[in-house]
Design a protein around this ligand. Structure first.
Ligand SMILES: Cc1ncc(COP(=O)(O)O)c(C=O)c1O
Length: 367
């Protein structure tokens, strides 16, 4: 058996888009990136989308545009990919790490409230694995404490809360196009916001601080200190090609997830994370909780089924548990539990129902 964890969707039409860019000779960021940004914003239904080199650089830019730095605190979940928290010390602010809920691996909303101080400027919650955040709870906290919400939506293109797409819910949202995500440019990311002033700053910052309203090269003015976080036309062509098929690709994932749920729901040892109330999950990853996760994971790998842990528990790592700019609040009991029990199953566009049955049989067999 050889079933991979993921497979990026690359068809002939997407390859042709890349060849067209190569033939054009216009390889840097340019008109294809612009089109990718415009079509992405229109898919999400938001005012602005800014393509960047990764979700990580996008999160860093989000903190910078909000003027968050030395002396400020930003609250993040413990159970996440390190990038969610790393960007905070990168801009000189303090990362305040709190626990998640076992139900869904999402930041514990009560723990956020308990961690808020006078220095708290923002929260970076993660819509974990494509499960949308409860923006009723988050907006209540935001209003009460006057905070910004930057959503780390690395895995959540296509997810929704109360009929609104992720990307149109937080002050600033950042997506990833890493190949584990179903819209992938290899490396890449997208920032979305409805605030035009922030969007202009972000666009300028990734273009070396250029005033982007300039028309001629000699007339360009550099207004702020910026950097180069642009996404090339080549990578944007891949993203654009996938974006035109997003409804189909997303529906395939939802159907496959539904089939996994059907196959697994009678297995009493296996628990499934709960989808947020009023939410639509985009299933970047299909995760199950298993009491003997490591044994099962190793056996499945030996059988040729590529399975993976969920993600990392930051408190276990020196970068976070031994850093003057990081504070861990609480014992991270739930995050540790998720780290020990979550198992990611294969999920990609042409996974068959027969393969899903084999995968499920293998989980059950190895119990
Ligand atoms: C929750 C989360 N945040 C951030 C990142 C980093 O994304 P990128 O590789 O695009 O920088 C990832 C990547 O897997 C992620 O899962």
């Amino acid at each position: 058996m050889n079933i991979p964890l993921i497979k990026p969707y690359i068809d002939q039409e997407i390859k042709q888009r890349v060849f067209d860019v190569l033939d054009s000779g216009y390889l840097t960021e340019g008109p294809v990136t612009k089109e990718f940004e415009q079509k992405f914003a229109s898919y999400i239904g938001c005012r602005n989308a800014i393509a960047v080199t990764s979700c990580t650089t996008g999160l860093e830019m989000a903190l910078r545009v909000l003027n968050i730095g030395q002396g400020d605190e930003v609250i993040v979940p413990d159970y996440t990919y390190p990038a969610t928290a790393s960007v905070i010390p990168i801009v000189g602010a303090s990362a305040i790490i709190v626990d998640v809920s076992k139900d869904n691996m999402i930041i514990d909303y009560d723990a956020i409230e308990q961690a808020i101080t006078k220095k708290t400027k923002a929260i970076i919650p993660v819509s974990a694995f494509g499960n949308p955040l409860d923006f009723d709870r988050l907006n209540e906290i935001k209003r009460k404490h006057n905070l910004y919400i930057i959503e780390d939506a690395a895995p959540s293109v296509g997810a929704e809360f109360k009929g609104i797409k992720v990307g149109n819910l937080a002050d600033i949202t950042v997506f990833s196009f890493h190949p584990r995500k179903f819209i992938t440019t290899g490396e890449g990311g997208m920032i979305t916001t409805n605030n035009d002033k922030w969007a202009n700053w972000l666009n300028s910052y990734k273009h070396f601080g250029m005033d982007m309203s300039g028309t001629s090269r000699e007339g360009i003015k550099f207004e702020i200190i910026g950097t180069n976080y642009k996404l090339s036309n080549i990578l944007s062509a891949i993203g654009l090609g996938q974006l035109t098929k997003i409804d189909k690709l997303l529906q395939q994932r939802k159907d496959l997830a539904k089939n996994y749920i059907k196959l697994l729901e009678k297995e009493s040892t296996i628990k499934l994370p709960i989808t947020t109330n009023h939410g639509i999950h985009s299933y970047q990853s299909f995760i199950v909780y298993h009491p003997n996760r490591d044994t099962i994971m190793n056996r499945m790998r030996k059988e040729g089924i590529e399975v993976q842990i969920g993600t990392y528990a930051l408190h276990m790592h020196k970068a976070f548990n031994n850093n003057p700019l990081v504070k861990i609040i609480g014992n991270m009991e739930n995050s540790q539990w998720c780290y020990d029990h979550a198992l990611t199953l294969p999920l990609f566009y042409d996974l068959t129902n027969e393969q899903q049955e084999l995968i499920v049989q293998e989980i059950i067999k190895s119990e």
